[in-house]
Write a protein of this length. Structure first.
Length: 209
């Protein structure tokens, strides 16, 4: 089936089947021996941040624990650089958490538990890629879990040939814009809920004395 059951008014064309490997460039983090704790240095002007799974899981680029000497990071780990506009994906344990690094974020390098993705934006809208990639990983997990948790994201040999359906660029942008609006509303309501919970705790602590 190459047409979704639900779509926006004005679109009727069939969606095109695309291989995941054609939509972006992918890079998994370096082997564990490339980044070890004895290499870490305090944060300073000559250090580079190490991005970890916590950044992808918590959707927060500012979380930081480890830094490497800039000279080492920008030579030995040059191919593992990450900066604003890149997407990082958690690859082990809690897999498939996706986060786009904001443009104002500090540059750094990914560790062994992350994958960096650079989307081919002439082919796919970045937000549409995130939606499609998330759905693909969820489907892979459901299909291959056999009742047990999937520990690692699929290797590139399995990942890149996987296929996803993609609409025209105009429809991609409409879909991604709609979901961005939904995410914004969810965040606003979540903040309201959190504030009400804090108010409830405050009242309890100060009323029942």
């Amino acid at each position: 089936m190459n047409k979704p059951k639900l779509r926006f008014k004005g679109y009727a064309d069939a969606w095109e089947q695309r291989k995941v490997g054609d939509l972006a460039d992918y890079k998994k983090g370096p082997f564990g021996s490339a980044i070890t704790k004895d290499m870490f240095v305090p944060k300073n002007k000559d250090s580079v941040k190490v991005y970890e799974q916590q950044n992808a899981i918590n959707k927060d680029w500012s979380l930081e624990r480890y830094f490497l000497p800039k000279e080492y990071a920008l030579t030995k780990l040059k191919s593992f650089e990450v900066y604003g506009g890149d997407i990082i994906v958690s690859c082990a344990g809690t897999i498939g958490e996706i986060y786009e690094i904001p443009e104002n974020a500090d540059a750094g390098v990914i560790n062994q538990a992350l994958m960096r993705v650079r989307v081919h934006e002439d082919i796919v809208d970045k937000n549409m890629f995130i939606i499609a990639f998330s759905n693909m990983i969820d489907a892979f997990t459901r299909t291959h879990s056999n009742g047990s948790a999937i520990k690692n994201i699929p290797p590139f040999a399995d990942l890149k040939p996987m296929e996803v359906l993609m609409p025209s660029m105009a429809e991609q942008k409409e879909i991604s814009g709609y979901f961005s609006t939904l995410d914004h509303l969810i965040t606003l309501h979540q903040q309201k809920c959190d504030n009400l919970k804090k108010l409830k705790k405050f009242i309890f602590r100060n009323m029942f004395i």
